[in-house]
Design a protein around this ligand. Structure first.
Ligand code: AMP
Ligand code: MG
Length: 411
């Protein structure tokens, strides 16, 4: 059995990023940028006001206070979007709104809260420093500067930034197409009555939601009964139009477990099978190089509903990220204290599902949720974090330091 670290390294070594495409801004959420973003203009593009207020010459307000406000002649008002560049002279002010272009003769903007308008004058109750409340051209970045680098996820601010530079579309990497194979004679679709011994298929739902959360939509799932033929048929259909197939169940050493042999019979090269982790020991990963459609990937995840989502989170997500053009990274772990004592046998890294609690002394600890067995979805459903209970450890005492990572389904 290989370690979790080794499994991740093998995944990284075998996954290559899909090709580029160009998508309209409205359709690119959840992709990764395929090209750097170079500023086509400076930000801000022109000097503008950060507040609603009055543009002034600072010398006119020397000594101004609430008790003795200075009176300035109000010459005009400039709204955001107004093109004119009117100028003020000594003793004059101009009313100005947030985002409006600042006349070059204004040295500062005084917030409206310190001003009182009367007839065609404004009384200002404070002094102003040069540049106050003015957003200067290029303060954020200058035309020609690289603002974002390729490989960053197209989150809402990234898409907004592209729009702010005037782009309608942009090069991104193609999103992976993923299909699911769910194996098990015992499985029944929710909504139909259960017969003795049957259970509802929850893995197809959990995995579909997990993929949707990453921005990967339209994932078909195929149910396979526990025979060689049905398993093969389901994998062939699933593979047909996808870059990656993810299966659940049938990957262990049971008499009805056909996933690994089926994938190998279809030509997949096994990269690994079985990892020293808990839950999720029997995870399978294989690759198939096709003549016309590039490399295909198969992850055979275990059947237990917690194992399937934990291994998706810990192993499949990094693979999808790299396939989609993002960075292959291991989540940065926080070093927190263990909230309650844990015991296990040495040998496998245990992903303990937990929540965070802030104690009175200000330190944060990670508390395992109730229901840690691999069939207990409720324990995972309530969890925010994963405690990494090291492979070689047997005991984690309360307050012992432990590596903790967030369970963020969206990233
Ligand atoms: P397996 O690895 O196929 O032996 O499955 C391990 C356990 O997970 C068994 O208890 C299965 O009944 C359960 N299981 C497998 N697939 C699913 C599924 N799609 N939904 C819910 N439970 C499942
Ligand atoms: Mg099974």
């Amino acid at each position: 059995m290989i370690s979790y670290e080794e499994a991740l390294k093998l995944v990284n070594d075998h996954v290559s990023t899909l090709g580029k495409t160009r998508l309209p801004l409205h359709d690119m959420f959840g992709c990764y940028l395929a090209e750097d973003v170079v500023a086509t203009m400076s930000s801000p593009q022109f000097d503008n006001s950060a507040v609603d207020g009055y543009g002034v010459k600072t010398a006119d307000l020397n000594g101004a206070s609430e008790a003795s406000p200075k009176r300035l002649k109000l010459i005009s008002a400039i709204a955001a979007g107004a093109p004119q560049d009117l100028q003020i002279k000594d003793g004059e002010a101009v009313k100005i709104f947030t985002g409006a272009r600042i006349p070059s003769s204004c040295q500062a903007v005084v917030m409206r809260e310190y001003c009182r308008e009367q007839d065609s004058s404004v009384f200002i109750e404070c002094s102003a420093k040069p540049g106050e409340n003015i957003r200067r051209t290029g303060d954020e970045y200058k035309k020609g500067e690289t603002v974002l680098t390729a490989g960053i996820k197209t989150t809402p601010p990234v898409i907004a930034l592209l729009a702010s530079l005037g782009h309608t579309d942009y090069p991104v990497f193609k999103k992976p197409k993923v299909a699911l194979v769910v194996t098990g004679d015992e499985l029944v679709e929710p909504g139909t009555p259960l017969k003795d011994g049957q259970i509802y298929d929850s893995n197809a739902y959990g995995l579909t939601a997990a993929l949707n959360a990453l921005g990967i939509a339209n994932c078909k799932s195929f149910v396979a009964r526990d025979t060689r033929e049905a398993t093969r048929e389901a994998f062939e259909k699933a593979l047909y139009e996808s870059d990656m197939v993810i299966s659940s169940g049938g990957v262990s050493v049971g008499d009805h477990d056909y996933v690994k042999e089926t994938l190998e019979a279809m030509g997949f090269k096994t990269v690994f099978w079985r990892i020293a982790i808990k839950p999720g020991k029997p995870v399978y990963f294989g690759v198939l190089d096709t003549e016309d459609n590039g490399r295909k990937y198969a992850f055979g995840l275990p059947g237990n509903p917690v194992s399937v989502l934990v291994t998706f989170h810990q192993i499949v997500k990094p693979a999808l990220r790299k396939l989609a053009g993002g960075q292959f990274y291991r989540d940065e772990a926080l070093r927190l204290s263990t909230g309650s004592a844990l015991k296990k046998r040495p040998g496998r890294l245990d992903f303990v599902r937990g929540t965070l609690r802030r104690s009175e002394n200000g330190s944060t600890s990670a508390i395992p949720t109730r229901g840690q067995e691999s069939h207990m979805l409720s324990g995972l459903a309530k969890a925010q974090v994963m405690l990494h209970f090291g492979a070689n450890l047997e005991v984690l005492n309360t307050d012992d330091p432990v590596d903790v990572t967030f369970i963020n389904w969206n990233d």
